[in-house]
Ligand binder design. Sequence first.
Ligand code: ADP
Length: 414
Amino acid sequence: MPSEALFPLLLVAALAAVAVAVLLARLRSTAATDRELGAVREALDATPDVDLPRAARDLRQEAVAARADAIRARDDLSQMGDLLETGVVHIDANLRVASANRAAHWLLGQRAGSLAGRSAMEAFVDHRMEALVRTAARTGATSSELATMDESDRVVLVRARPATAGGIWLVLEDVTELRRLQRIRTEFIDNLSHELRTPLTTVRLLTETVARDLEKVDVPRRIRDRIVKIDVETGHLVQMVNELLDLSRIEGGAPQLLRDEVELGGVIRTALERIRPFADRQRVTLAAVLPEGDLPRVIGDEERLGQLLINLLHNAVKFSEDGTRVVVTAREESGEVLVLVSDQGAGIPRGDLDRVFERFYKVDKARVRGVGGTGLGLAIARHIVEAHGGRIWAESEEGRGSTFSFALPVAPAT
Ligand code: ADP
């Protein structure tokens, strides 16, 4: 067949092949589109009767509204943060400042808006703050008080707390004024008690002498009773003033604790001898349960530890009934020297047990007999124990008695 005759045939065959290819491609693409639409329906959880374009439009509108809500909530939160006088800083997991409110910039002496995005060290330019952030990242919650380095002399209390969404929240509080007032109060109490101590001690000595002298002469009983009462009351006044002075000095951090090796058995025996006249007067028996030899030594200030025991023993006797016993027990236990002062007195209600170590806290006065007190003895006791790196606690059963215990770490072997 001549090639001219073949040409139309070839053309028709080629056109037919193209048409088949186009048809196949279209069929494939329709199948792909159907598959994709099926996937979209599945993702939207939409049944076949749902109008997909409309569902997509609704979804988009919801997303836009949700985004606007989120932006509004973020702006509200940030505005609220800026209205606070407490500084709030969010540190992310990489220890960079994610956000900080206005007060935080002000309290840290930084330009407004300059903290975000900076590392803890760049942002705070203070190794104590950086150390605090690192400790918080490691251990969770922590807090510290910092004096700012700028000329403002501000004292800032910083508390770090883990953020639920990761990172750390820092809460900064300006406590400059509070600390200043506390210092004034401490100085005032210190000066006042100092001034009162000398005349009161003289009055005490004089009344004691008069009471003794009156025993030798014949005076009416009511006069003698009055003098004894004056003697007892001035004794309380002297004790209160001494306790006030002690507390303000301890809280002011004034006296440096000695760091001697102390054997508590000796301290306990001396304290028992000092309290014995008072116990005899109250008709309370004193006893000690101590190990045969010496107790392991603790590091501390013998005089302060003696004062701690006197405070506990004084209370134990004061709150005991006639004819009961006060027992001091001491022993070594798990690397600590444990001392217990137990009485069979009025006891302390459960609700008051944790509070008796607070300054000026006194359990209902009506329950206990006789003398009052300042409510400072146990606050002083707690300060002394904590300054020695120890623990103090109370256990009690109402009507059966109380046990005040403290534990001090045994001195490391030299
Ligand atoms: P105070 O000068 O009043 O004794 P403290 O700080 O020593 O002050 O004690 C605080 C309060 O704790 C006391 O007022 C008393 O109510 C209670 N308390 C302390 N020790 C005892 C004890 N051994 N038995 C019963 N109550 C006690």
